[in-house]
Design a protein around this ligand. Structure first.
Ligand code: HEM
Length: 448
């Protein structure tokens, strides 16, 4: 196995060898699960993967579809804010970690397949529990596979549980598929509508089967919900620990939307460079997928060394984004590093990586929270839309007290920033639990 942990090697890997490293490792346990290798995340680079990637970029996760689902994200954000206003009124501590998972999961479930998010038969609730279980099992099995000799042992330990989780996903997806077929054409197509249309299209470049579609949707839940929720939690934790940054961000929001008028919206985000810098800096320090795994499709050369076909690559996104060769004070939370000097513009607007104008060096691939190259994350635009607006709204509406201290405590305790050691993920060891204090309520009688 080859480990990539510096920006200079990452640049060579993603620029010169992108095609050569575009497979995912062929994990033995996948063949034993009901969907096998039909998923998109684990699919080898080939006809099916290319077809799905094009579909994702042109129809499923492109800007048009993200615009279409804007009202869903807003409705779910309003629900989240209402729960927080309720807790604030009752002076109740809130577990923001749990709230963020509920929020991202509900939004994804509605956007992907109009799943019910409330009531006794809430499909979103069932999917949330399954995503949690899948993440825990996935980390253990992945690690076991990579550690080689433990391969069979890990599957023996967790295999039955994994198959059981897949079957429970399958039952929900089958039920929703049936509902989609029975309900006919809906005004705002969700992802399942689009996928079923492509599935029935005789002229499609690739003939997908039912399993491909269900496996793809399952991938979206696993890849897209807890990742964004983790980033929300880390961002709020850093902002609470840096009150001046919290204030600076709130001042920026007020300068754009005014005082006591309306809730900040997704469309305001382009005018909030500091907000975007705060989120980018959080993603740099706490990438929810800390290491991404690839496999060489063919022999290649990296930094002059011969690397054989089928070699596994562990690309350490966490280390690349803390590489002291390219990042000043890499372990410090400093959103300003993403802004030009007068703070009015985002530095990494177009290209996510350091450009010549910044460093005077050759352009480096050093900012990789979403991985890189053709196998990089197709959900980054959706993730930024969700995270930016949510952080803005929460900062606009509430002050936060850690540990439930009094309103006027001068020294508020710091949020514990310990990282949970959970395989490839980068979760907070302790969920962020704190007391919301209302600063501005856009839903109060005379605010909207
Ligand atoms: C903050 C949120 C997110 C982060 C940090 C993140 C990060 C990543 C990373 C690091 C990878 C591996 C890339 C590589 O190997 O180079 C990945 C893959 C993927 N992500 Fe995301 N992701 C996020 C949200 C999402 C969302 C919202 C979706 C969709 C709804 C999504 C869908 C996927 C899929 C389908 C893949 C597999 C791509 C492939 O193998 O070709 N992700 N993501």
């Amino acid at each position: 196995m080859l480990v990539v942990s510096s920006a200079s090697v990452a640049t060579e890997v993603f620029k010169a060898n992108d095609l050569a490293i575009s497979n995912r490792p062929a994990l033995a346990f996948i063949d034993e699960t009901p969907y096998g290798r039909a998923g998109f995340f684990n699919a080898p680079y080939g006809k099916y993967w290319r077809f799905m990637k094009k579909l994702a970029m042109t129809q499923l996760l492109n800007t048009t579809q993200i615009e279409r689902s804007r009202s869903i994200r807003r409705e779910e954000l309003v629900q989240l804010l209402c729960r927080l206003f309720d807790s604030a009124q009752r002076r109740e501590l809130v577990d923001l970690g749990t709230e963020f998972v509920k929020f991202t999961n509900n939004s994804t479930c509605r956007m992907a397949m109009s799943a019910k998010v409330s009531g006794d038969s809430s499909e979103a609730e069932q999917i949330r529990a399954l995503v949690k279980e899948s993440m825990q099992l996935g980390s253990k099995i992945y690690l076991g596979e990579i550690l080689g000799p433990l391969k069979r042992l890990t599957f023996w330990l967790y295999g039955k549980q994994t198959v059981d989780v897949c079957k429970r996903y399958d039952a929900i997806l089958e039920r929703l598929w049936k509902e989609h077929e029975e309900s006919g054409k809906r005004e705002n197509e969700d992802l399942m509508d689009i996928l079923i249309k492509v599935y029935k299209d005789e002229k499609a470049d690739f003939k997908m089967n039912r399993i491909h579609i269900k496996a793809f949707l399952q991938d979206l839940f696993i890849a897209g919900t807890s990742t964004s929720a983790d980033v929300l939690q880390w961002t709020m934790s850093e902002l609470i620990n840096h009150p001046q940054m919290f204030k600076k961000l709130r001042d920026e929001i007020v300068s754009v939307v005014g005082t006591g008028t309306r809730l900040v919206e997704e469309m305001d985000v382009p005018n909030l460079p500091y907000l975007q810098a705060v989120v980018k800096e959080t993603l740099r320090l706490y990438p929810p997928i800390g290491v991404t795994a690839r496999e060489c499709r063919e022999d290649c050369k990296i930094k002059g060394y011969h690397v054989s076909q089928n070699t596994m690559l562990a690309i350490n996104l966490y280390s690349i984004m803390r590489d002291p060769e390219v990042w000043d004070n890499p372990n410090e939370f400093r959103p300003e590093r993403f802004l030009v000097s007068n703070n009015s513009k985002l530095l990494h607007d177009k290209n996510q990586n350091h450009e010549n104008e910044l460093t005077g060096r050759q352009s480096l691939i050093d900012y990789v929270p979403f991985g890189g190259g053709r196998r990089g994350c197709p959900g980054s635009i959706l993730a930024y839309s969700t995270i930016n607006q949510t952080i803005a709204a929460i900062v606009q509406c509430f002050d936060w007290k850690v540990g439930g201290g009094g309103d006027h405590d001068l020294e508020q305790p710091k949020v514990d920033m310990e990282v949970e050691n959970s395989g490839f993920g980068l979760c907070k060891a302790q969920s962020l639990v704190c007391l919301p204090l209302v600063h501005f309520n856009p839903f109060a009688a005379n605010s909207m």
